[in-house]
Design a protein around this ligand. Sequence first.
Ligand SMILES: [Mg+2]
Length: 391
Amino acid sequence: MRGDGQRPSPRISPFPLQCRHYAANRPRRDAPCPPSPEIPFRDLFWGLHVALLRPAHLYSGGLEGYAESVSDDVFPLYREETVATTVAMLRDVLLPRVIGKTFNSPEAIAAVNAPFKGNRMAKAVIEMAFWDLWSRSLNTPLSRLLGGTRESVPVGVSLGIQPSAEATVEIVARHVAQGYKRIKLKIKPGWEITPVSAVRAVFPDITMTVDANSAYTYADLKTFRRLDQFGLDYIEQPLAFDDIVDHAKLQAAIQTALCLDESIQSAADCRKALELRAARVINIKVGRVGGHAEARRVHDVAAAFDAPVWCGGMVESGIGRAHNIHLATLPNFSKPGDTSSASRYWDADIVNEPLETVDGMMPVPAGPGIGVTLNRAVLEKVTEAVEVLGP
Ligand SMILES: [Mg+2]
């Protein structure tokens, strides 16, 4: 069942939106080994920002829909949006147009703010919370409304840059033993051949990828040709986020598939990239593309080009992670996603349900909506500030 039909409509009430700030990347205090560089992506500043959309009492009983912004904490290093820009957009532009109004589908609420350029992560907060609320009101798992059928999704792991090749092999070995279906190594100029060749020497057959987060240019072609020898499943976002043309040139010049992440903000971006043969694989992050409806359109466009997709992650709490897992149940998510165990990142999650992989598979949280409930005690403990938004 897809969520396009005319159905009873949850009402978004005048309740305020609460934005809670809390720090990301808290090392697990009970981790079996000392906090290690796997606590992710040390080359980047990652932060987390959770927004809770508090809707009205719907039907009988109060329901809430949850979403989480994936904008950067302070510095716009992934794309342009940060917590500050997201809060400003929600407060000044997006929320005043939806609070107190009634919408009968997630597409309808997204359409209200569609005329405004960019700011997809801010828009996604509202859209995704509505999907959660809507599916809870229909007593249906979000995955079913999106059109997904799986009960669990295959999961890979994304490993940050390690201090040495030995440390890279060690952390890979640990995660291979945990059953992850794909190992992704972050790379940067000058640190790609060494870690990849070291891992391949020990694990010749694992599914392995690398992610450059736009750190290279086409002038690095020689390096990418050298990477061809390692049988990588794909190379993720090697070049600039706004450069489809050089990605197309690079894809034509090497054998390994390219995967686009930062470059794809919409189904239109996806169509253009695949038409220009700038990649053969697409990473979908629901926050990056503005919500589930657009994520599903990206998925469908990629399928039309026979390009597999997979679900990326942004070091979310259990709220964003649950959204990602539900999305990843759609059929063209045929490569393992980045929805790895929450315990890799958190001392304690802000949801009650443990989101943990079993043999490289992440079970889809059962129950209506995104299938998780808030652990309010943990949420209170980690909250650093609360800002009430809305008219
Ligand atoms: Mg990436």
